[in-house]
Design a protein around this ligand. Sequence first.
Ligand code: TXA
Ligand code: MG
Length: 326
Amino acid sequence: MDNSSQIIEASHILQSGGVVAFPTETVYGLGANVFNTEALKHIFHIKKRPVDNPLIVHIASLDMLPALVTHISPYNQKLIDHFWPGPLGIVFPKSNLIPDIVTAHLDTVVIRFPSNRIAQELINTCGFPIAAPSVNPSGKPSSTHHDHVKDYFGDHVFVIEGDASSIGIESTVITTLDNPRILRQGAVTQAELEQVLGIPLDNTSETLHLPQSPGMKYPHYAPNAPIHLVAIQDDILDIITTYTKQGYTVGALVSSEIYHHLPDSVIGFDLGSRDNYQTLSARLYNGLHFFDSSPVTLIIAESFQPIGMGVALMDRLSRAASNTPI
Ligand code: TXA
Ligand code: MG
């Protein structure tokens, strides 16, 4: 589909201080001009986002970077060279041009250069970087399709109707400023980062006392029904039967391998083969949105091996399940 007229309309809205939703390869973003404090306030208002949770700044050319940061370290330069454009947010020391509302008064800023063509065209048409969190009321699953944005915000938010997000999980966020470590898991894996940086990342339990990404302390990705995440060694079909007998209207968020054995009474969502982490990740939020428009009272979710991109997948699933009362 040709999105050029929607990109132009969106750029006019952004230039006049409004907010728009736009596709990226990870999830859809809710964007505003990074230099316009009043516009940025709308983002926090629309999402009901706590003001101490900073935003990611999106650029679409490396020329936009020097104005936003005070320093590009050799480690960060390696990350830029290797992973941009792509699903990696990098922490930099921020310049004075970035309003405090973007960074929640931190002296650092997370910057990302998305690979999605529409996101790039939008930023380049505007001529300024766009600050954008994921498009969802705070705490709810992110949007990976423009239909999700419409389900959440109806006509209140203009959305560029791009393709579904190909990755489907938010970017990896990394800092190399102090103790190089991952602040948020995502499509770029620890092994890939370590290979490029040539050092091991410090994600051991001793570093857990260090401040992580501020947003990670809030509840996340939770659909309306509680999620029960079944341990990898447990028999998920048995557990589904038990809860169905207890009177729950059960939804099953499972791999194809399990999906094909579900009893008829269960509302299933097929995440694809359990060996294909790309597909599992790309479908995850679709599954959560699907259950939000279904009558399920409990979602039983399958666990996957936390290997490679499975780490980010399990991070999101366990956060989504953390509200479960059972
Ligand atoms: O994939 C993505 O990154 C998507 C798309 C739209 O680009 N955006 C996104 O934004 O996921 P959001 O706001 O949902 O998540 C931003 C995360 C939060 O966990 C926030 O705490 C963290 O990045 N963050 C932002 N600035 C930070 C900083 N200066 N230091 C540490 N963490 C930061
Ligand atoms: Mg988010």
